[in-house]
Design a protein around this ligand. Sequence first.
Ligand SMILES: C[S@@+](CC[C@H](N)C(=O)[O-])C[C@H]1O[C@@H](n2cnc3c(N)ncnc32)[C@H](O)[C@@H]1O
Length: 211
Amino acid sequence: MSDQAYWEGVYSRNAETSLSWFQNSPDNSLALITKHSALVNKHVLDVGAGTSRLIDKLLHAGVSSVSILDLSEVALKTAYSRIPPDNVDKVSLLHGNVLNYDLQPASIDIWHDRAVFHFLTEHQQRQSYLEQLARVLAPNGLFVISTFAHDGPERCSGLPVCRYSIEELKTIFGEEFSLLESIEERHLTPTGRAQSFIYGCFKYTPAVINK
Ligand SMILES: C[S@@+](CC[C@H](N)C(=O)[O-])C[C@H]1O[C@@H](n2cnc3c(N)ncnc32)[C@H](O)[C@@H]1O
């Protein structure tokens, strides 16, 4: 089964509020973004957005433009159906794989990812992610990432994941991404299990700007 079919199945068979990663309010993501960036005249990309309520919160906080990208069209449509009519023109739905989606160079001011990167268990996948991120994020842009921490689960939605410390994330993303802040989170799943996440908020300063 393809990754796309897998995730379509997950969102087609389950109520979003029953999914282990469900958050009624993505407080840590929102706090990092709003503390370290303005929202007016900014374009946010949420990769692997699923049905996350982050876009609702960002629109409420005054963001100018937000794109949500996911392998699941069902999830994207669910998220879109919540957007009030006066805000729909600020939202773009991007259905596909973040590793090879055709995004404009330096077009994104804030890249947010809660839980795609930790599904990339092969070196080549992580390399593709890094290349896409560095190509698409504008200089001085913000990169906010959240993955399972080392005491978090070894699988998510039945799939194996890689777990990280903030030091490991710093090493992977390298010198062009300087850490502004990190947060440790004990996420409670809808069934009450605790899961450890690590969040990192980085500023992107490319050594060479020739995109
Ligand atoms: C654990 S869920 C998290 C959803 C959302 N970020 C949240 O916090 O509620 C992971 C999401 O990433 C999506 N996904 C996984 N791999 C992806 C990829 N390579 N490209 C785009 N989306 C992907 C899945 O479809 C799923 O919606």
